[in-house]
Ligand binder design. Structure first.
Ligand code: ADP
Ligand code: MG
Length: 286
């Protein structure tokens, strides 16, 4: 790791002082932590309670740490600096991101203009291309796990939560059913061996939601949501997408392609027409 406190036998409590909550997931609490020696430096501390972990959670944590350790650093991926594995807790020392979750930004903003969504999308696609080039599938792409760099900038993000991430050498290396209901790819639901393209599907759901202000596949419960995903039917309503360019809709459709072999990769998205469209045109259309 980048820091050697844990390696040098220091305990978490000797090294950090915990401060306010940053967020909460199904498996952890994340708080601000101040390093007692590196004065003024603060971090995000992901606190995992061992007593609450089942075998599957332990396996996931092992993967999370292995992936974060081996994935080369990237400007738009949260970095892991140190890990304290102690009797009752595991503490992950992470780069702190200050703007909150994309989920809350979406709720507060209602929807993104096409131009803002394109800027956001480009950064997300660059970060995910980095993961996929390094044979890492994230497997939990959703607005809760995309963090905003600051309160004022709606486009600069960092990808967080590698809790379901796994090394994925081939397009059919993975079979575990995981992720979140609204973002899960159809091949995961049909128990087909899958690969990194499940993240592309999830990104399609995220971009659709950012622009449209509603999710593409939504049911009153998970079973209904899954039925809609398995049919692959979604609608660009006139009200929400009527003023959005065809290039944008083409990219979303490319990502929300049922057959994972035909689904657009993140690199294809970076190279697509929408990414090259004149920003003035996008602004006028929004
Ligand atoms: P879980 O695996 O339990 O979902 P996450 O890693 O997603 O845990 O963390 C839970 C929440 O904590 C995130 O959704 C986010 O709100 C917040 N969070 C996580 N990592 C950071 C970070 N590096 N900086 C700021 N907030 C974070
Ligand atoms: Mg999470």
């Amino acid at each position: 790791y980048a820091f050697d406190d844990s390696k040098n036998g220091k305990t978490f409590a000797e090294t950090y002082v915990l401060d306010k909550d940053l967020g909460r997931g199904a498996f952890s609490v994340v708080k601000v932590g101040h390093h007692q020696q590196k004065t003024g430096e603060s971090f995000a501390i992901k606190i995992i309670t061992k007593a609450e972990m089942y075998d599957f959670d332990k396996e996931c944590l092992k993967n999370e740490l292995a992936v974060m350790k081996r994935l080369p650093a990237h400007d738009h991926i949260v970095q892991l600096y140190d890990v304290f594995d102690e009797t009752d807790f595991v503490h992950l020392i992470l780069e702190k991101v200050d703007g909150g979750e994309l989920l809350d930004r979406l709720i507060n903003k209602e929807n993104y203009t096409e131009c803002e969504a394109r800027d956001l999308c480009k950064i997300v696609m660059e970060a995910m291309t980095h993961c996929h080039k390094n044979k890492v599938a994230h497997r939990d792409i959703k607005p809760e796990n995309i963090l905003m760099a600051s309160e004022t900038d709606d486009s600069t993000i960092k990808i967080a939560d590698f809790g379901f991430a796994k090394f994925c050498p081939e397009d059919d290396s993975l079979k575990t059913q995981c992720g979140s209901a609204m973002h899960v790819a159809p091949e995961i639901l049909t128990k087909t061996p899958y690969g990194t393209s499940v993240d592309c599907w999830a990104l399609g759901v995220v971009i659709f939601t950012c622009i449209g202000g509603y999710p593409p596949f939504y049911g009153n419960n998970n079973q209904e949501t899954f039925k809609k995903i398995l049919k692959g039917e979604f609608e660009f309503t006139e009200e929400s997408f009527g003023h959005i360019t065809q290039d944008c809709q083409d990219m979303i459709t490319g990502l929300l392609t049922m057959d994972m072999k035909d689904r657009w990769s993140t690199q294809q998205c970076l190279d697509c027409a929408w990414m090259k469209d004149d920003p003035k045109m996008l602004k006028r259309n929004s």
